[in-house]
Design a protein around this ligand. Sequence first.
Ligand code: FAD
Length: 439
Amino acid sequence: MWDLIIVGGGASGVAAAVSAARQKCKTLLIEKMGFLGGTSTAGLVTPMMKNMIGNNQNLTDGIYLEVLEKLRKTGHAATHTDGNPGWFDPEMMKCVLDDICEEAGVDVLFDTVVTNVKTQDDLLISVTCFNKSGFSELEAKYFIDATGDADVAALAGVPFELGESDKTYHFMFLEEGNHKHQAISLRFTMANVDLEALGDWLQKIDPDSGVSPVVKGEQILLTTAHTWEDKDWKLRPYFDQAVKDGVLKSEDAAYFQIFSIPGQKDAIAFNCPRIYAEKSLNPLNMWDLSYAQKMGRKQIRRIAEFCKKYLVGFQDAYISQIAPQLGIRDSRRIEGVYKLTEEDIFNAKKFSDPAAKSNYPVDIHSREKGKSELKFLPEGEYYEIPVESLITKQYTNLLVAGRPISATFRAEASLRIQPNCWALGETAGNLASEKIVKE
Ligand SMILES: Cc1cc2nc3c(=O)[nH]c(=O)nc-3n(C[C@H](O)[C@H](O)[C@H](O)COP(=O)(O)OP(=O)(O)OC[C@H]3O[C@@H](n4cnc5c(N)ncnc54)[C@H](O)[C@@H]3O)c2cc1C
């Protein structure tokens, strides 16, 4: 019997596990992959987005900064000139997350998926797991759902919202519906890129580089970003030509964003392709997800060929990794005690018990042309996420952390960034351990 079981070992799950274990709770972390990090590692989502205010003051601290510091010591994390400390190497992130869990005394069960739960009145009693040892039922005093999709909460009957709709659903939702979700992506990396040549070229033709300038020196940090709504992007003629030549399909150029990776000296991480589909893909429908995997790999091959033929620095490059996991930007959002809204975000609302602070914009990646959005808070403002958004109405010993907390579609489009997930997880771990210690 554990004090605390956390399901899901992404940013929020690791933060929850480490904070609770440090407070002497007997903590088990269950992860369906063979490594920790979730979207940050399995989804190849690097870097973490900037979550800073004023003169580069971090809105997230704690375990998030500790992890980055550990990576920085070996050259696998770096700070951009814009102050963002969140540039990191996803491969080494896996190792550092092992270390930090081991140091805190967290028991980790890999390659184990939670398939069901047992409940009694307002308590979650156990989770049913499946792995190579078969099925087992694991009990704890307290549970945190950090699955990114609120799997545990949904299995326990906690109602949730899905996509743009504010309709309430219950598990199991597979009905074909007209729910609009953010675009799903499948990220990948290319290696053997001449970063120096690429950086020089980007600085010459695209000095703004979409986000921020190239940083040279020991670590070359470069990025450029573009959506198909953007008319003035300097790389656009190359995409147009490749579409004309039949190397790319126009939907492959819907979104293009690249980042170099600290510690991987010749690698580029792609925050694309957005998976092309004629309808919005449902992140809870396995047929849609299976389609997305295959379509993503087709698009990746075309984008890689495009880079090699049309962009500087990629001539000898090759696809070095395709993310083991799809990039899901939104899925279930639980109906919790407090639902965070877009108004809260733009009113820079504060709460007596904040779980996280952020000023990240509402960032909607739409699969439809002209529908993507990036809406910023007023300069110098930030909002808070209350702990009540992590608390379910049905259970006294279950918290939800990370992306699927109680929020509207548009609020989730801001709060989903990794720094917030680290903060939400750490708060959930602290809340659970306070209760466990009191008991
Ligand atoms: C394409 C894309 C680009 C993004 N870009 C950025 C960016 O540039 N910067 C940024 O900061 N954020 C970005 N984000 C957002 C951010 O990466 C995620 O929202 C965040 O990492 C989610 O963290 P999490 O802990 O909530 O969930 P996850 O990282 O999804 O972790 C959930 C974990 O639970 C495990 N799991 C799930 N179900 C089960 C189960 N039933 N049993 C056992 N284990 C289970 C999964 O394997 C996973 O490890 C992006 C997201 C996407 C999809």
